[in-house]
Unconditional design. Sequence first.
Length: 225
Amino acid sequence: MGLKATNITKQFNGIDVIKKFDFTIDAGEIVTLVGRSGTGKTTLMRLLNQLEKADNGTIVIDDTFLCKENAEGKADYVSKKEQKTYGNQIGMVFQDYQLFPNLTVIENCLEAPLAQKLMTKEEAVQKAESLLQQMGILDKRDVYPGTLSGGQQQRAAIARAMMLNPKILCFDEPTSALDRDTANGIGKMIQEIASDGTGILIVTHDIDFAEQYGTRSVSSDLFIA
């Protein structure tokens, strides 16, 4: 089981960016999405993460739908409550990390589960500390993101994204601001996350990284083929 997107179409100003595209991510798989700039890689990731809406098609994680294709082929989105359930099953680590600068590292991790009342504060702190330990930055739990290196911010963003136990975890250009050694550390960490059954999607221009750490590569040139 995992994520399945079927017959996905997205237009901007009447121009197809993605047209009738089928896409899957299986549990434990690391899918790298590669291709030229402007070919829709980030758009697809944003569709899967509810940051854009598909014009056509179906998107589902296991049995939890985000949208379903209707008789006319249009994407009918599920209720807000169901969208929230879907959203808790997918996480995203942004290219610029998007950590809240006024919150400490651990406060960044606690924000979503506490706001949604998905766990007690004690449970959330315990989980956050476990994830930060796994990321190798537990000693940074009480500092602000602005004091961290790029690699440390990346690890903090991964910990935050994993707080809700997503079945799918997405990375947008995870190596763009990192040196090769730090990038390799992130790659190995992604492999560890996938080994626990999480499906991974990586949008990247870094072909070497994609070949080294991905289990399957998809070209964005297929989006409007």
